[in-house]
Design a binder for this molecule. Sequence first.
Ligand code: KG4
Ligand code: ZN
Length: 357
Amino acid sequence: MYNPFDNLDINKESPIILGIESSCDETAAAVIRGREVLSDEIASSATIQALYGGVVPEIASRAHTDEIAKVVERAVQNAGITYQDIDAIAVTYGAGLLGALLVGVSFAKSLAYALNKPLIAVNHIRGHLAASYLTDKTLKPPFVTLLCSGGHTAILYAKNQTEFEILGATLDDAVGEAFDKVARVLGLKYPGGPNIENCAKEGVANVTLPKMFKGGGGYNFSYSGLKTAVINYCHTKEQKGEAYSKADVACSFQKAAIDVLVEKTMEAVKEKRVDTVTVGGGVGANTYLRESLKSACEKKRIKLVLPEKRFCTDNASMIAAEGLIQFQNGNFADMSLNAKASIPLTTTLNVPKKGGV
Ligand code: KG4
Ligand code: ZN
């Protein structure tokens, strides 16, 4: 019978958590011991997806199905542990592509059942927010977090490890989505973000683009106007038969998209009177964002916790990191866990279990 809760010690020092992530095009597994990453494995279908110009859900699901067992096995092997050493299995249950999520959730449930280990449901976004705890092992809330991924853009106030106040969010497109769409307009390959960043290195920010809520709109963002302005600029030039520099457009777009994130994050720091800023999500891998935030924080003597680039984009260590928080709070999922394509930004499904009080 499945009952991993009777002898569970949630106060155990440095529990070992296996994290599994399959919400989009990366099949990932990682093992952490406390906040220390023991292994971090990833198999990406991005190269195949690039042929189609974006993520094709069925291709992602098939790639996960091919890779999941191998990736998990590698994560356990490379961590130098046995399956029995694992204290809990944490898996992304949402948000994401349903078929893709189901591969990870079904695998994690089967493994938890077979090993009689506790199962933890992880909200992908909470995983992005938890990545900073791996970078700075002494990090403690309260702090302000800039969340900037392919699906979300928001500024949050982390009251403690499990409670967040959403100070503002995008009213339309996410910043990563805008990078991907602008990349397509410029004829750059998927994934758009890193390709815009590379292209921008050769350019200067000399194209006039809308200011995007700068100095207004509270902590909210809007990226659809900026995206449309870039599209209009390129189309007008093409219709007139005038040449334009893709690098200058990429550089101008990158600056417009990122300056507003940095500016509003620093306003939130001031309002909330915190001394620490963290970053989560794929756009956090952008060098211009990293440098801008670093210099803004240095100026105000604010501590900046910037996860390594590989922990900004999708990975399983961040899922394990959020799993650790849930573990230490005694919150677990059961075998009825299902994948969910969309869930509220910071919600969690886990409930307190025996040993969890
Ligand atoms: O967090 P993430 O890996 O997946 C989601 O949960 O959405 O974010 C993916 C997004 C994509 O839109 C991608 O283009 C963007 O992050 N991204 C970047 C960079 N690396 C990834 N955007 C700008 N610069 C980058 N270097
Ligand atoms: Zn993500």
